[in-house]
Write a protein that binds this ligand. Structure first.
Ligand SMILES: [Zn+2]
Length: 476
């Protein structure tokens, strides 16, 4: 039975889907005004594994993730560069996909954008005004009236009285309560704007997620996710908007899952602190799979301290799992009917059950990965015995062991890296260099170097062939 930690109830709860066999998920996406940093990537890696888990367990998953493509930060960046807001958001949405693809994150079913959801947003604000949950100012700003929503603060556990006392004095005096927040902002000169019943303007930040989830997932859905910095005010405000609009205190998301921060030397990584690393930059030094693996080695709710050393360690650990995959491939190419892997197969079944137990304990990927290492160790012992000729290979049981190992890999989304060296022609380019050096050595009658290159390539499984068009290479 899957249990998840629900921020709303502050407890681990059994998960029961709204509709049998189906899971619906909304995860808050990025504001595309810069390249995503590794802190931005953490929720998406987390939700990617959650989706993979559900898919593997036979659920039909619907996953929605938005782009906040109309926002102050985007407008400021556009003004600074002298281009349009859509140039900025378009550029960084593309960058987002490049980075997340490299982390092996499956695409969402839909990526709604604010600019494409304007009618639904306006309709929702209208309903809130009609129901008395929002008020319109003379200039065309529309604010949400937090005092009207009795349960305001239920997600974050904050009380409105305390928030009022803690509010700063320079708060907008036009608001009825310091915590009232903008649903619609009247247009300022030079800003993008859309027509609305309150004049030209654009939406506040929070309303888009309420409008989009209602539009694409309905009045109720299973999971809402994001970083824990979104609990307040963003998710608190989403709840206030959605439940007031629908008129049902049980509407909207049922389980709220929030991931912890990524820290650097124990300080939260954020753009405002300027201590962030973009995924794009880290990819210059580490493969995406290593970054993904590094994130998954820590439970999603715990803080995760980022450093080059820890990424190095992750790379070394991941190499062990990759090596086991190669061993399994080698073993499965061998014929053999001896029942030598029956015990290994039994252990693998047990470890697979434990792997899922870990996943079902609030998606404990750290523990699940340790079961994968335990299986890897068992496989390596068996492999060594086969290589040393101490054990006859056992094709039937090994097939199952390989399936189990690859099932763990599929759920965690690791060991899927393509042979990129081959894909981008890197292998060909390197071989051209090596063959060129060998040709030069032969011209200089340096037979020692020429023969050494040929012999060492042969050891590495690469054969050189003389053809009328020159020297060609192929894998032996
Ligand atoms: Zn959101």
């Amino acid at each position: 039975m899957l249990k998840v930690y629900n921020t709303m109830t502050r407890a681990k709860e059994e998960f029961h889907p709204l509709e049998a066999g189906k899971v619906s998920i909304y995860c808050c996406g990025v504001t595309p005004y810069n390249h995503p940093h590794i802190g931005n990537a953490r929720p998406f890696v987390t939700w990617d594994v959650i989706r993979r888990y559900f898919a593997k367990r036979g659920y039909e998953v619907r996953y929605i993730q938005n782009f906040t493509d109309v926002d102050d930060k985007i407008i400021n960046a556009a003004n600074a560069e002298g281009c349009s807001w859509s140039d900025i958001s378009g550029r960084y949405i593309e960058s987002y996909f490049r980075s997340m693809d490299a982390l092996n994150i499956r695409r969402a079913d839909l990526y709604p954008r604010v600019s494409e959801t304007m009618e639904d947003i306006i309709r929702m604000v209208e309903t809130l005004v009609e129901k008395g949950y929002a008020y319109v100012l003379e200039n065309g700003d529309v604010f949400y009236r937090v005092e009207k929503f009795e349960e305001y603060g239920k997600l974050s556990g904050r009380k409105l009285e305390d928030m009022q006392a803690g509010a700063r004095i320079d708060v907008d005096r036009r608001k009825h309560h310091p915590m009232d927040f903008a649903l619609w902002k009247a247009a300022k000169p030079g800003e993008p704007s859309w027509d609305s019943p309150w004049g030209k303007g654009r939406p506040g930040w929070h309303i888009e997620c309420s409008a989009m989830s209602l539009k694409y997932l309905g009045e109720k859905f299973d999971f809402h996710g994001g970083g824990s910095d979104l609990i307040f005010p963003h998710h608190e405000n989403e709840i206030a908007q959605s439940q007031a609009c629908i008129g049902d205190a049980h509407a909207f998301a049922r389980y709220w899952l929030h991931n912890g921060f990524i820290t650097i030397k124990s300080e939260k990584m954020s753009k405002s602190r300027n201590n962030f690393f973009t995924v794009k930059d880290i990819l210059q030094e580490f493969p995406g799979e290593v970054i993904r693996f590094f994130i998954l080695q820590t439970h999603y709710r715990s803080p995760l301290d980022f450093s080059d050393e820890r990424l190095q360690e992750a790379q070394t650990s991941l190499a062990r799992l990759q090596n086991t995959k190669a061993c399994l491939e080698e073993l499965s190419a061998k014929e053999g009917t001896a029942e030598t892997a029956a015990e290994l197969c039994g252990k693998a079944e047990t470890l697979l059950a434990e792997f899922y137990e870990a996943m079902e304990d609030d998606f404990n990927t750290a523990l699940a990965i340790s079961q994968m290492f335990a299986l890897s160790k068992e496989i390596n012992i068996y492999y060594q015995d086969v290589v040393a000729g101490k054990t006859e290979p056992d094709a039937k049981h090994l097939e199952r062991v390989k399936d189990i190992y690859m099932e763990m890999a599929e759920v965690t989304g690791i060991l899927e890296a393509q042979d990129t060296a081959k894909e981008d022609g890197l292998a060909d380019k390197l071989m051209d260099i090596i063959i060129g050096i060998r040709q030069d050595a032969r011209k200089e009658k340096n037979w020692a170097v020429a023969d050494r290159i040929r012999d060492e390539l042969k050891t590495a499984g690469i054969m050189l062939e003389d053809t009328p068009q020159g020297v060609r290479w192929k894998k032996a």
